[in-house]
Design a protein around this ligand. Structure first.
Ligand code: HEC
Length: 267
């Protein structure tokens, strides 16, 4: 209860002009710290591991992922990340990177996708997914977000994502938009990007997966969303579930033209 009111107070404070100047210098400090670490972003270790995992024959079928189609044809990795989530004819689903990798790991390598989706972050094949996401996103670094909206399902997912983004509920009556619906908001000295429009190069959707300095972990967008559900006091969503993918479509399409810096370095 105490924590809840504290968060509400922090939100209110961040919105007030008085707190603005104070918060500004602290977030400047965080930006400086990020800059310092940029030359040796630990994300690179995960990228190297991800590339290796992609090329290594694994799973019950002992096959690599080199024939996995991420949307641009079997085995094409460069440029795939900035066009995800998108519709895939073979699964007849709109899929984000993690969901698509689950499909490839199941069909090509013989893994059980449902089991992997239920595995805790950082454990077993979830750690594999995080490393793969780091490498695959890195292969699109500097490219502009360009999610396709040509298929009816892709447009439907955009609308679903928008609804999920503004859906209020839980003990605090929060929605994603409560924290990410306006520009210039801050919480615990973190900038809260406005995700209802294009937040700019390397912000929001165009920054994740990211290496989190505070926890020393590599987080995929799925894990980022999971943590925001927690901040929203909502039950955790299923890993790679349709609602998480729809939110990805909504944020990704909004970010059209923004440059991807994923995997970024975060607090
Ligand atoms: C109670 C406030 C709160 C709510 C509600 C919330 N978030 Fe967040 N979100 C945050 C905070 C705080 C951060 C930054 C965390 C950090 O840097 O450690 C963040 C970060 C993010 C980021 C990464 C931004 C970047 O540039 O790195 C995305 C994307 C995101 N949230 C999406 C969502 C979505 C989608 C929802 C709804 C399901 C949501 N958030 C709900 C507080 C919230």
């Amino acid at each position: 209860m105490k924590q809840k009111s504290l968060i509400a107070a922090t939100l209110a404070l961040a919105a007030s002009v008085g707190a603005f100047a104070q918060a500004k210098s602290a977030s400047d400090g965080i930006a400086e710290y990020r800059k310092m670490l940029e030359d040796g972003n630990p994300a690179e270790l995960f990228e190297a591991k991800g590339e290796d995992l992609w090329k290594t024959p694994r799973g019950p079928k002992k096959v690599s992922l080199e024939k996995c189609d991420l949307g641009l044809g079997p085995g094409v990795v460069k440029g795939a990340w900035v066009q995800l989530p998108r519709y895939f004819a073979d699964t007849q689903r709109v899929q984000d990177l993690e969901s698509r990798l689950l499909s490839c790991m199941e069909t090509l390598q013989g893994f059980n996708a449902t089991e992997i989706a239920k595995t805790a972050f950082d454990k077993g094949e979830q750690a594999t997914l995080a490393a793969l996401a780091a490498w695959i996103s890195a292969e699109s670094k500097g490219l502009k977000m360009a999610l396709p909206q040509g298929h009816a399902q892709e447009r439907r997912f955009y609308e679903l994502g928008k609804r999920a983004f503004f859906f209020r509920g839980g003990p605090m009556d929060f929605s994603c938009a409560s924290c990410h619906g306006e520009s210039g908001k801050r919480i615990r000295l973190q900038d809260l990007p406005n995700l209802t429009g294009n937040p700019g190069n390397g912000v929001g959707f165009a920054a994740w997966p990211a290496y989190r300095v505070s926890s020393g972990e590599m987080w995929s967008m799925q894990r980022r969303l999971n943590d925001c559900y927690r901040q929203q006091r909502f039950p955790y969503p299923g890993f790679a579930s349709d609602v998480t993918i729809a939110l990805g479509v909504y944020m990704g399409v909004n970010a059209k033209g923004a440059e991807s810096i994923a995997p970024a370095l975060k607090r």
